[in-house]
Design a protein around this ligand. Structure first.
Ligand SMILES: [Zn+2]
Length: 211
């Protein structure tokens, strides 16, 4: 579900990645773009082979994942990028997408799919065609970035406490949403913030942004 109004985004065909979501107007850094809603299903029961065209499952916990309504436009249409301009913030058991930096009109809104690292012995299972200068050719994260992300997730989950999910039901929308997420907290993941953002404070401490 989008949390920005319809005049800020549109769904268009991309050249190589199927459909994508594009900004129609500028979107400020930190803006909460949407909430990944759908049916709560058991993570272990999901058959990954069912989705030949795209991976729409949103992992919540080892037990619960979200499967979106594919008939409606939603956050499942965000394509992966090695230099995404959006990122994930876990909030009260929900998965919010927010703008990591200012997004210009016409830009595609992208996210990292945050796939676990591969061991490199086989060709990647998920070829990336994001077209960014830093494209690694795969949607799987490096070991360093993945570990940094796991740590961040653990912190966010601790803050949220225990969240109960009802399997087989749609995840209901929250009563209220944060308007902004401090993208500075995510500097470790956003080499893109330092390299391509216009006027963002580019000195993002650099600790984990070696990529
Ligand atoms: Zn890429």
């Amino acid at each position: 579900m989008f949390l920005i109004s319809k005049d800020y985004w549109e769904v268009r065909e991309t050249k190589e990645k199927g459909r994508g979501v594009f900004a129609k107007k500028g979107i400020a850094a930190g803006t909460v773009v949407g909430d990944y809603l759908g049916r709560v299903i058991k993570t272990a029961e999901y058959d990954l082979d069912r989705d030949k065209e795209g991976l729409y499952l949103m992992y919540l916990t080892d037990e619960a994942s979200i499967y979106p309504d594919l008939k409606k436009p939603g956050l499942h249409l965000f394509n992966h990028s090695c230099e995404p301009n959006c990122w994930i913030h876990t909030y009260e058991g929900h998965t919010l997408f927010f703008a990591l930096r200012k997004i210009e009109p016409g830009e595609e809104l992208t996210i990292s799919y945050l796939f676990a690292p591969e061991d490199g012995t086989k060709p990647t299972a998920h070829v990336c065609k994001c077209g960014s200068k830093k494209c690694s050719g795969t949607m799987h994260l490096s070991k360093e970035k993945y570990e940094a992300w796991q740590e961040q997730q653990a912190r966010e989950k601790k803050k949220a406490g225990v969240v109960r999910f009802t399997f087989g039901k749609n995840l209901p929308r929250l009563k209220s949403y944060p308007k902004r997420i401090e993208s500075g907290d995510y500097a470790a993941f956003s080499s893109s913030v330092a390299s391509s953002a216009t006027g963002a404070s580019a000195s993002a401490s650099g600790s984990a942004s070696s990529a």
